[in-house]
Design a protein around this ligand. Structure first.
Ligand code: IVH
Length: 730
């Protein structure tokens, strides 16, 4: 840049840096700096440019809305730009914003704000258009893309259950909506789905998704709608605009107030977050923010702040927009929940499946109000990726109930590098068997099925709330029942304070090593329990020998164990801890087969006939029931009187009993996706048309099957008609 002045060069360098981070964030979903840092750099650029407007260029990050959409989906322009929001990080920021707004409006006017949660997902625009029957149909779903052009992800959006495919005429009337409108909102991946996804990814030897937002973004851009359907995304609506037919209305809300819009969206069948309120002062807004922060960990999905919007659409119109954001709204961002601390040691924890997980023991540090003393390093690949050593200072991050994770190694004058290499041990830290790593997998495992660590984790999983729900059978007791020393108890108490002892997370992710932590080991005693089934032969006398076990607690534990016999087949199946069989799969298997006996003898082919069961799960189930120990275990559970049956039924029954034949190519769904949708609603897909066919779904270039359907008088559906059949009754 020879002709540039030094200042001009300096401004261009700031732009380049921002462009780079926008690319990482918007295109690659792999940000390297957090939002606050990004905003700081952007504000610096704004300040430089406003001091020297002669150097502003049209392609400056300040002059456009966002980053480039990535390839792969058809791009489509937004009816109106999808803007972002200006941010506030303090009470002072909010008050300054409020003062500016009030100055721009006549002093006699009442100003009211809606306060909403700032959901941490990705924004989505949904376009609804008139259908002949007076309803509104979902026509298109667009990601934000660069703000002006989004990616058409309609076929994926259709699989999100919280997105209505159609809003019936009566609902439109009740909500006061026309047939044509646009809804904007946020797609989020709930914590439960995020943990499930990461467990699956880990089981497949893949790197876990960094956070629920990245996982949601990755999922929405998956080219396979059936995968999207399995991952369970949620859509929360927060903005209602005029339809495409009225582009002259600009980015204006369709109703007189934002609070009315939220209510109308709710009435029309959209999911609208319940935590929203309308207020008249910043003091009240601050109270809402405090309440939201207190709720943050228990919501089940990520939020990163609170959004304040001027309630009145007329006032919004008068305030208008700056280049990238509306003046009438602001995002109050919660303080980032990360901190820098030192890795004191790395210990190795053996999980229920024998998987050995490296866990960093940290110099305890408070992150967002919770003390974090440990963080998982997942596996050897993650250790290599972070290039981390014992003694390093690391940045630890925590979001919602998401397990604390190590983001990066920090290195500067105050934080010198550590020197301790982290080596995965060759032997199991608990039973000293040689560890094994299967071809193509990243994880090392202890394959000794009698390993005490595995047994402990198996028992804890078995007794967990969402499994057999045996209250009182916690860590301290399990350790005693197994005749182990109570080494891990204090470690676990720490975890539960961090919200890490949720059974949903326990599988492969709990951070409770029984090693590396100093202990006043009590004298080990003989094991009362050697397999899960032994729980059911425990006697009062057995229990009374244990530490801190009185008559009353012994009896209530026996009652709990007795009661668990009625937990039912889905819970028993989940509790057995078969690889890849989570709660949902256990439920589906139980209702499909109706009994443990039938499931145990099912072949992979029969298992794969079950919706949602693929070859990997089928194989794991067959392997489990081939193992003599497991067959014996089930027999003993049955002898103990456990209920191992379930009512047979199909998961969803909208299309139960109906047979479909697919022909031709459909406008948005692939054949696999259409099949998946039909099957998940209980329908069957056949290859040939016969008198028994209920419907033929025909797309473009349909051939002889369509002719045959006509000659047999079988009703023919196009894709929208299929969606109609599938649409949940709103
Ligand atoms: S309103 C013009 N409301 O935050 C209106 N946005 O930082 C713009 N977001 O792109 C959006 N929760 O993805 C709005 N309750 C909420 C929100 C919300 C999350 C996201 C949205 C937006 C980003 C801006």
């Amino acid at each position: 840049m020879p002709s540039m002045q030094p200042l001009q060069q300096q401004i261009e360098a700031v732009r380049e840096d921002l462009r780079h981070h926008e690319h990482l964030y918007y295109v690659l979903d792999a940000p390297q700096i957090d939002d606050a840092e990004y905003d700081r750099r952007m504000n610096r650029l704004r300040a430089l440019e406003s001091a020297h407007p002669e150097f502003i260029v049209p392609d400056s990050p300040t002059q456009r809305v966002g980053g480039k959409p990535r390839d792969g989906f058809v791009k489509s322009p937004h009816s109106r730009p999808m803007l972002s929001l200006d941010n506030a990080y303090s009470e002072a920021d909010l008050r300054a914003w409020d003062a500016r707004l009030r100055e721009s409006l006549p002093s006699t006017e009442v100003v009211r704000y809606t306060c909403e949660l700032k959901l941490d997902g990705l924004s989505l625009a949904l376009l609804y258009a008139p259908a002949p029957d007076g309803s509104a149909r979902l026509r298109r779903g667009l990601t934000r893309g660069d703000g002006s052009i989004g990616e058409d992800v309609t076929s994926n959006v259709r699989t999100i259950h919280s997105v209505p495919l159609r809003v019936a005429a009566e609902m439109l009337a009740a909500a006061g909506l026309p047939q044509s409108f646009e809804v904007r909102g946020e797609v989020v991946m709930p914590h439960a789905a995020f943990h499930r996804l990461n467990r699956e990814r880990e089981a497949q030897g893949l790197a876990p998704a960094a956070n629920p937002r990245n996982a949601a973004a990755g999922t929405l851009r998956t080219l396979e709608p059936n995968i999207v359907a399995q991952r369970r995304l949620d859509f929360y609506a927060y903005f209602l605009l005029h339809g495409e037919s009225e582009p002259e209305r600009g980015g204006e809300s369709l109703l007189p107030t934002q609070s009315a819009a939220l209510q109308a969206l709710r009435t029309a069948g959209f999911r609208v977050n319940n935590h929203a309120t309308t207020i008249g002062s910043i003091d009240e807004a601050l109270a809402f923010i405090a309440a939201a922060e207190a709720l943050r960990d228990s919501l089940g999905y990520e939020i990163d702040g609170v959004v304040l919007k001027i309630d009145s659409t007329a006032q919004q119109r008068r305030l208008g927009f700056t280049g990238r954001a509306p003046r009438w709204a602001i995002a109050y961002k919660f303080a980032a929940r990360n901190a820098v601390t030192q890795i004191k040691d790395v210990v190795f924890q053996v999980g229920r499946t024998g998987k050995v997980t490296p866990v960093a023991a940290l110099d305890p540090v408070v992150v967002g109000g919770t003390t974090v003393a440990r963080a998982t390093l997942h596996n050897a690949d993650e250790i290599a990726r972070l290039a981390v050593r014992i003694g390093d200072f690391v940045q630890v991050e925590r979001g919602g109930d998401v397990i604390p994770k190590i983001v990066r190694v920090v290195e500067d004058a105050q934080h010198p590098r550590g020197t301790g290499a982290i080596d995965i041990p060759k032997e199991c830290p608990e039973c000293a068997s040689l560890l094994v790593r299967a071809e193509g997998e990243v994880d090392w495992r202890c394959v000794n099925i009698n390993c005490s660590a595995r047994l402990r984790e198996e028992l804890l999983h078995f007794a967990a709330r969402n499994a057999m729900n045996i209250e009182g059978l916690g860590d301290a007791l399990v350790v005693q029942l197994l005749g182990q020393s109570p080494a891990s108890v204090r470690a676990r108490e720490q975890d539960s304070a961090n919200g890490l002892d949720d059974a949903e997370q326990r599988e492969g992710q709990s951070l409770s090593p029984a090693v590396g932590i100093a202990t006043n080991a009590a004298v080990p005693r003989a094991a009362l329990v050697r397999t899960l089934a032994d729980l059911y032969s425990l006697t009062r006398a057995d229990l009374l020998q244990l530490d801190r076990m009185g008559e009353k607690s012994a009896q209530s534990l026996l009652d709990e164990i007795e009661q668990s016999k009625n937990a039912g087949l889905p819970r028993v199946l989940f509790a057995l801890g078969i690889r890849f069989v989570g709660e949902r799969t256990a439920q589906v298997l139980a209702t499909h087969f109706g009994s443990m006996d039938d499931l145990m003898v099912a072949s992979t082919v029969q298992l794969e006939e079950v919706n949602e069961v693929g070859p990997r799960i089928a194989q794991a189930i067959v392997e489990f029931f081939h193992e003599p120990h497991n067959i014996e275990l089930v027999q003993r559970l049955k002898d103990a009187g456990l209920n191992l049956t379930a009512e047979k039924k199909i998961a969803s029954s909208t299309l139960t009993g109906l047979t479909f034949v697919l022909t031709g190519s459909l406008p948005t769904l692939t054949r696999e996706a259409a099949k998946e949708l039909i099957e998940s609603a209980g329908g069957r897909v056949a290859a040939t048309v016969s008198k028994k066919t209920s419907y033929v779904v025909a797309g473009e270039d349909a051939g002889s099957k369509l002719d045959r359907a006509r000659s047999l008088n079988i009703p023919i559906l196009d894709e929208p008609a299929l969606h109609n059949l599938l649409a949940p009754p709103h």
